[in-house]
Design a protein around this ligand. Sequence first.
Ligand SMILES: O=C(O)CCC(=O)C(=O)O
Length: 390
Amino acid sequence: MNHQNEIMIKEDTTDENGLNTMSDHENTKKGLGEKWPEPTVRVQSLAESNLATVPDRYIKPPSERPDQTIIINHQPQTAAINIPVVDLNSLFSGNEDERERMSEACREFGFFQVINHGVRPELMEAAREAWRSFFNLPVEAKEVYSNSPSTYEGYGSRLGVEKGAILDWNDYYFLHYLPLVLKDLNKWPSIPSNIREVLDEYGEELVKLGERLTGVLSSNLGLKEEQLKEAFGGEDVGACMRVNYYPKCPRPELALGLSPHSDPGGLTILLPDDKVVGLQVRYGDTWITVNSHPHAFIVNLGDQIQILSNSIYKSSEHRVIVNSQKERVSLAFFYNPKSDIPIQPLQELVTSTNPPLYPPMSFDEYRLFIRTQGPRGKSYVESHISPLDN
Ligand SMILES: O=C(O)CCC(=O)C(=O)O
């Protein structure tokens, strides 16, 4: 039995419907309280202190270092495989080839890029530039937004609360859009002066895009167009954003900007840095460096889609590499199920030969794993497979 299953069994707090009832108070007891286990060190400060190497706590074990793994596409001119590009406008105008491309990309990679998606390029640029300006502020100006493990909202520098963990080379900002009760503008940065306004509009547009994409995924799975959204909680879906800032790294071959992980939620809509590559997607034993199309969003399926689709669609593992020449900024927008409803394989996708692979669990409970232990490949969704059926 692996470690994650052990956690689930020892801490079984499910009610008679199989839904977890763990309270915030209990989350706090698990270590997701107001304090990180060690003093917070901003990666930006390390990067600006002209170190010749990276401190030990950022050095990955040899087998996990980027120079020890096979990478495809590292030089764009040698691009061998790329994440498929889907023209959403054309798909909605009835182009079946685009629909098929998206369906295949979901099965093969769990990743695709979308262009002509309806979000204005100027808004995308404004959001990216607002965040670049924020991260370029002196560290002290950002400290007022310093986050804690209890909600992760605000300015942070680690995922997971395990003492002594090897950390990733990034700082980030996490904020909520939906449900509205969690949207708290006071927890959003106020500098640069336009940032809240830009982010507000950006969030509205991305929620709409999330809905449209979920509709296509649903139809592609042979379901009614609105069915996945309904399974996400209908009008009560969740939405949040993590903005990643990867400072220059003096020894990029030893560290990672973000360790391998699959996203715990529904869909992730990523606005990558337009100037610096870094995102890599696992493809068998290799890692594909994503070369993004101008004005594209990169979309990936999260663990909740894998669970709802009973593994017909898989969430995919990805990571971020860093470099010594340029900092990198990316905006990851998460379109998620309502956090307290049971998520389990949809009846329509369960058959006698394809029995339900996952027991019901709310997203709130599910994401505790990543919030507690940090990124760990696909171990959370894999350990969640129902022991009764396998
Ligand atoms: O920075 C990137 O390109 C990817 C970020 C990511 O995977 C995440 O925020 O979950």
